[in-house]
Write a new protein. Structure first.
Length: 263
């Protein structure tokens, strides 16, 4: 068993070495075969196990297709949130040493359940990349930009209220969403555990290929019921424009929804 583990570690190490042109330091101490002891003994502390209070909310947090929340659906042996590439490597090695399949969750919107479950109840681990969300452009102008997999565009927080009020909001969204300008995308879902004491919640997830003030002015005009405030919008557009200007200043790669370079 130990030999199998070190061969796996070596194989991964070499794969990484090919890409990074220097070998990584991803050596793990499997300690014993439990996933939690492997993660802990290798310095990966941010994870949640079945039975812990954070497990279900964390697992369900980005599930859009609620049938994957049902009890009969295979659940992961742990949800791990690596904070760095090194932790990500160690989480992968720990999964292998514990014979767990790996499901990777980035934005987490897979309607097919690809990031939440496995077929035939194969034991698995969810690696949630939401902590790896940096976008970096090489300042030396080597023409490279890196967007980590957990990077997302804007997200509008949820709205909570009595069923009738939330139903009205969802009703209105059905007319507003499909008719927004092309730069807009606005989806809606009802998150898990969203009803309590007669109140229900709805989440809106959206992105706008443009600056924050465009999002605010269009949405407050077309969907005033949402009551969107500036503080609820995060802005990545400028960063994306800077990345685009570095890697593709001539706008060779373009379509109706692509980020424009600076002029
Ligand atoms: C594996 O590690 C866990 C956590 O450290 C511990 O509770 C368990 O007893 C260990 N199992 C074996 C077989 O050593
Ligand atoms: C775990 O990771 C998530 C995602 O990066 C982060 O929001 C959270 O604060 C982390 N928790 C701890 C205890 O570090
Ligand atoms: C229900 O939602 C309303 C509107 O957001 C809020 O004022 C109220 O406190 C909520 N009630 C409960 C029981 O959560």
């Amino acid at each position: 068993m130990m030999r199998a583990v070190s061969v796996a570690a070596l194989a991964l190490c070499c794969l990484v070495a090919l890409e990074a042109t220097r070998c990584c330091t991803a050596q793990i101490t499997p300690r014993n075969n439990t996933i939690s002891s492997c993660l802990l003994s290798n310095g990966v502390k941010n994870f949640s196990l079945p039975g812990s209070p954070s497990y279900t909310p964390l697992l369900d947090s980005s599930i859009r297709n609620r049938r994957f929340e049902l009890p009969g659906v295979g659940k992961p042996a742990a949800v791990v949130l690596p904070a760095s590439k090194q932790e990500l490597q160690r989480a992968i090695l720990c999964a292998r040493s514990s014979s767990l399949a790996i499901r990777v969750r980035s934005g987490g919107h897979s309607y097919e359940g690809l990031s939440y479950t496995t077929e035939n109840h194969v034991p698995f681990l969810v690696i949630d990349l939401s902590g790896l969300n940096r976008v970096r452009v090489d300042p030396a102008g080597s023409g490279t930009a890196w967007a980590e997999s957990g990077a997302t565009l804007g997200e509008v927080p949820g709205r909570t209220g009595p069923v009738e009020a939330i139903a009205k909001l969802i009703h209105k969204w059905q007319y507003v969403g499909p008719n927004l300008p092309d730069e807009f995308y606005l989806s809606m879902y009802i998150p898990t555990g969203s009803s309590s004491n007669g109140n229900v919640s709805v989440s809106f997830i959206g992105q706008v290929l443009g600056p924050k003030n465009l999002a605010l002015s269009v949405l407050s005009q077309r969907f005033p019921e949402l009551g969107l405030t500036e503080a609820e919008l995060s802005e990545n557009f400028d960063r994306l424009v800077r990345a685009k200007s570095k890697v593709d200043p001539g706008n060779v790669f373009n379509n109706a929804q692509s980020i424009p370079p600076l002029h």
